[in-house]
Design a protein around this ligand. Structure first.
Ligand SMILES: Nc1nc2c(ncn2[C@@H]2O[C@H](COP(=O)(O)OP(=O)(O)OP(=O)(O)O)[C@@H](O)[C@H]2O)c(=O)[nH]1
Ligand SMILES: [Mg+2]
Length: 364
């Protein structure tokens, strides 16, 4: 399951957004460090294609894919040294697949800003710097270990030191790891280090219901900042989203369109996260169950089958695949089959978004 961690300075609306996305009821208040322990919630991803697949195969049960959101405690300057809530919770960031970095733009006299005023670029850089400092610490600790190895003639340790120095230099130049040029050796080591700034990031500006001119210009500055870094940035109003989440889904949708909101915060976040993580969705229809699955783009068919059951991967024989659009155009699997649109694919086939797949496998 995809895990997305919401990070940012205290009081920027992380728990508000978390509640809006998950319809959970995490504590929200106008003082910093309201969230101490992380909040977690799993939310199914609505995908109309799953409804179509289920109807086509007359399945009663629909199993959507899901995303786990984690609302993490606010980070302040000095967090890597234990300022604020200490640095324990930085570990929560290690466990997620992607980070949603929430930045405050909304103005409110009743909600204090830890730095005294609203300055989104300064704020993202403050948080990012803390994560880089923490990563530097992790790298330096590993470097000490490698140095001890190198001293006693361990050749692998010498090679590792060279790579660690490269990683260290990158961080020291205040560059997050996600922007580092990598080769196989770097990737192997990075996989062991679980660095915080290696995570893909979605920046999310939390804007006012009615932004002032000042706020709009601050947003433009942040947009330029993100663009320079080829980073993804979306804008939402956590407050509106949370208010809407208090209503039943259909009511919320009606209200959203009345307010002229064409895409809800949920839709924006999910779409942007899928793009960021470069994942695709495929469908299966077996027995009484239609299911949607999320895998990284270019996942080979046996590995995708393994998402369903490890036996499927081990015993993989072939995949019978029909593109969702072809299936809809033909009206049934049978008709698609007659038209040659159900294709038999082998173990090298890379799963595409929207594939409807019937796996054939041998049981042992
Ligand atoms: N006007 C306005 N207020 C907001 C918005 N989002 C959050 N708030 C308010 O800001 C305050 C802080 O919100 P939280 O969601 O608790 O913030 P947080 O980032 O989780 O804070 P910590 O857990 O302390 O790190 C609350 O009083 C919210 O009602 C927004 O979009 N607009
Ligand atoms: Mg909170």
């Amino acid at each position: 399951m995809l895990q997305i961690g919401i990070i940012g300075l205290p009081n920027v609306g992380k728990s508000t957004l978390f509640n809006a996305l998950t319809r959970a009821h995490a504590e929200v208040s106008n003082y910093p460090f309201t969230t101490i322990d992380r909040n977690e919630a799993i939310v199914p991803v609505r995908d109309e294609r799953l409804d179509v697949v289920a109807a086509m195969f007359h399945q009663e049960k629909k199993v959507p894919t899901a995303i786990k959101f984690v609302d993490i405690a606010g980070l302040v300057k000095g967090a890597h040294r234990g300022e604020g809530l200490g640095n324990q919770f930085l570990a929560h960031i290690r466990e997620v697949d992607a980070v949603l970095h929430l930045v405050r733009l909304f103005q409110s006299p009743t909600v204090a800003h830890v730095e005294g005023n609203i300055d989104p670029v300064r704020d993202v850089e403050t948080v990012e710097l803390e994560l880089m400092m923490k990563d530097l610490e992790t790298v330096e600790r590993r470097l000490e270990k490698a140095q001890r190895g190198a001293r006693v003639g361990d050749k692998k340790a010498v090679e590792e030191m060279e790579i660690l120095h490269r990683i260290q230099a990158h961080l020291s130049a205040t560059q997050p790891i996600r922007t580092m040029p990598t080769d196989d050796a770097v990737v192997t080591l990075l996989n062991e280090l679980f660095l915080l700034t290696a995570k893909p990031v979605l920046y999310c500006a939390n804007v006012s219901e009615e932004p002032s001119l000042l706020e709009q210009s601050l947003l433009e500055t942040l947009e330029a900042w993100a663009q320079e870094r080829q980073a993804k940035l979306i804008t939402i109003s956590a407050k509106i989203a949370a208010d809407l989440a208090e209503f039943e889904e259909s009511e919320a949708q009606a209200l959203a369109s009345e307010l002229g909101i064409d895409q809800t915060a949920w839709e924006k976040v999910v779409r942007a996260s899928y793009e960021l993580l470069d994942v695709v969705t495929f469908f299966t229809a077996v027995g009484k169950e239609a299911a949607a699955w999320t895998v990284p783009r270019h996942t080979p068919a046996p590995k995708a089958a393994g998402k369903i059951h490890s036996d499927f991967e081990a015993g993989f024989i072939r995949a019978e695949v029909c593109a969702f659009n072809d299936l809809v155009a033909c009206g049934s699997w049978h008709a698609a089959h007659d038209k040659g649109l159900v294709r038999v694919r082998g173990k090298d086939y890379l799963v595409q978004d929207g594939d409807v797949i019937h796996f054939r496998f041998a049981t042992r």
